[in-house]
Design a protein around this ligand. Structure first.
Ligand code: G16
Ligand code: MG
Length: 217
């Protein structure tokens, strides 16, 4: 029986995945690198420096560590400008009802976000207290696709990974969930998330019959 849900943040609970894309695209343009939405799929769920490395590789651009740190800081400043305007209205539809249903069913919840800005985004969305546990990416050694952040959440909740459902919109995140030994619920397009056990278009698609099915697996 499933006892916990472990959620990704960006692209699952709110549309910050789009803000990350816009900020990275701005940086890529400045560097003269072509960067499409398709390229961006590889960056989703990957931490800030890892994402920058992928963009530089794409453009065959080599920079010093100092320059990389400056560019990563610049991307974050641009990203935070977009986050500034967020409010509880930016929470994806269906998120609060889902958490009510999970709570009523005695299911624990955790947040497994690679973002160093996760606490700020939770605050903007008005949900800082929604989760039983929020992983702190500052203490995660290995980012997604490594399972560490999902395993950290399961351990903190005191629930075996096999009794957890991980919810992710990114290929790297789905890989991390499967490597952790959890059931992977993908959010987005099935084509892009082939490793997931089930892919649905959005959290709002988790209706009562689907939730019952998932909880009784
Ligand atoms: C998120 C995004 C990634 C982003 C990463 C780090 O991960 O999906 O695109 O690069 O966080 O974010 P920041 O620069 O804010 O620390 P997740 O795990 O929430 O999807
Ligand atoms: Mg995500």
């Amino acid at each position: 029986m499933i006892q916990a849900f472990v959620f990704d943040l960006d692209g699952v609970l709110t549309d910050t995945a789009e803000y990350h894309f816009l900020a990275w695209q701005q940086l890529a343009t400045q560097l003269g690198i072509d960067f499409s939405r398709e390229d961006n799929e590889l960056l989703k769920g990957v931490d800030r420096m890892g994402s920058l490395e992928l963009i530089l590789k794409l453009g065959k651009v080599q920079l010093s560590q100092d320059e990389k740190l400056k560019l990563a800081a610049q991307k974050n400043t641009d990203y935070l400008k977009l986050v500034e305007s967020m409010s509880p209205a930016d929470l994806f539809p269906g998120v609060l009802p889902l958490f009510s249903s999970l709570k009523a069913a005695g299911i624990k919840t955790a947040l497994a976000s690679a973002s160093k800005n996760a606490a700020l985004v939770l605050q903007k969305l008005g949900i800082p207290d929604l989760f039983d546990y929020v992983a702190d990416s500052n203490f995660i050694q290995n980012g997604k696709p490594d399972p560490e952040i999902f395993l950290t959440c399961a351990k903190a909740l005191g629930i075996a990974p096999e009794r957890c459902i991980g919810v992710e919109d990114a290929p790297a995140g789905v890989t991390a969930i499967k490597a952790a030994g959890m059931y992977a619920l993908g959010i987005g397009e099935a084509r892009a998330l082939a490793q997931a056990d089930l892919v649905i278009p959005a959290v709002s698609a988790i209706n009562q019959p689907l939730l019952t099915r998932l909880l009784t697996m």
